[in-house]
Ligand binder design. Structure first.
Ligand code: 173
Length: 318
């Protein structure tokens, strides 16, 4: 009798231990739920919750209604949330040189081997108290969208909505940069507070911006970075099995970038159908545009981070 009671008790105790081992991470996205730059993260959450059953679970709280985009980095730093789908541009307040990720022109597979990821992650550990789990959309460029036609590469007199991604480039071309979160872009355009905005080639239909957009300036520049970052204390507290579920799903998530070329092609066609006209000043001016954009960005990064900026430029290969 006593023996079977003890056996039953030991089964109960070990079952409890297994339950206690499943860890739950609270996650947010800095982009609206279901929109272009949250979609793949949401697929990642599903995958982790399936593959990690009994080991690790993500509780997806949602988009910017939970935490405003420019506060997401700090929320991860302090552990208010454990994980975020967030672009570096939204946490340059904590790590100015994080903006360099838009200039890295090597795929993550290479960056993980050649020390770029190591160095970037080390900086993120120190400055944001976060671990850099994944980088998405490296093959998607940014563009400037306009409501006023320009006939040369000059933004003088134009007010353009920016984030840190575009600010220095817009100013280098003579424009006035006005920083807003994505959620304020529609109203700013509708009211004429801005004459244009920076955004990737994909995603302008999600929040109805096509209705308030006339032109797209070509070519695209830089590379989109939307990362998955994890509070460093939380990351360190995970066991090997839990980290493996996250790391495997992160590599899977990065591989979804292979879907981007087709999505970009479809988006360009959809923009044309919506009446958004491309503006293109030809090969020589396009090259000058890219050079101005790259130089303005590196100059600002190196000014704001005199130690790590040059090293990131060297590693990033651009
Ligand atoms: O324009 C933005 O809000 C921005 O910086 C960004 C960055 C990555 C993906 C989408 C937008």
């Amino acid at each position: 009798m006593l023996r079977s009671l003890l056996i039953a008790l030991s089964i109960f105790v070990s079952a409890q231990a297994a339950v206690a081992e499943e860890v739950t991470l609270r996650a947010v996205s800095s982009f609206a739920e279901g929109t272009q730059f949250s979609k793949n993260f949401e697929r990642f959450v599903k995958k982790v919750n399936t593959d990690g059953k009994g080991i690790i679970k993500i509780n997806y709280i949602g988009g910017p209604r939970a935490i405003p985009p420019f506060e997401v980095g700090n929320a991860v730093r302090t552990g208010v949330v454990d994980m975020a789908n967030v672009t570096t541009a939204f946490y340059t307040n904590l790590m100015p040189e994080a903006d360099a990720s838009k200039l890295f022109d090597k795929p993550m597979s290479e960056q993980r081997k050649d020390g770029t990821w190591d160095y970037f992650n080390k900086l993120l550990n120190e400055k944001v108290n976060a671990y850099y789990l994944a980088r998405q959309y490296h093959n998607v460029p940014f563009h400037i969208y306009l409501n006023k036609k320009i006939d040369k590469l000059d933004f003088t007199g134009l007010k353009i909505r920016v984030t840190p991604v575009y600010k220095d480039m817009v100013e280098a071309l003579g424009g006035t940069a006005i920083t807003t979160a994505p959620g304020e872009v529609y109203t700013a355009l509708e009211r004429g507070v801005v004459d244009g905005y920076g955004w990737p080639i994909t995603g302008i239909f999600d929040l109805g911006w096509d209705k308030v957009t006339k032109y797209r300036l070509d070519p695209g520049f830089y590379r989109v970075e939307v990362g998955v970052i994890v509070n460093l204390d939380k990351w360190k507290s995970l066991n090997d099995a839990q980290r493996k579920v996250l790391t495997d799903a992160a590599l899977w998530l990065e591989n979804l970038d292979s879907e981007n070329p087709a999505a970009i092609k479809a988006e360009i066609e959809r923009q044309a159908k919506a009446g958004i006209q491309p503006i293109d000043f030809g090969p020589a001016e396009s090259k000058r545009f890219i050079d101005i954009a790259n130089e303005a960005a590196w100059k600002a990064i190196i000014k704001n981070a005199p130690e790590s900026g040059p090293k990131l430029r060297e590693l990033g290969g651009n």
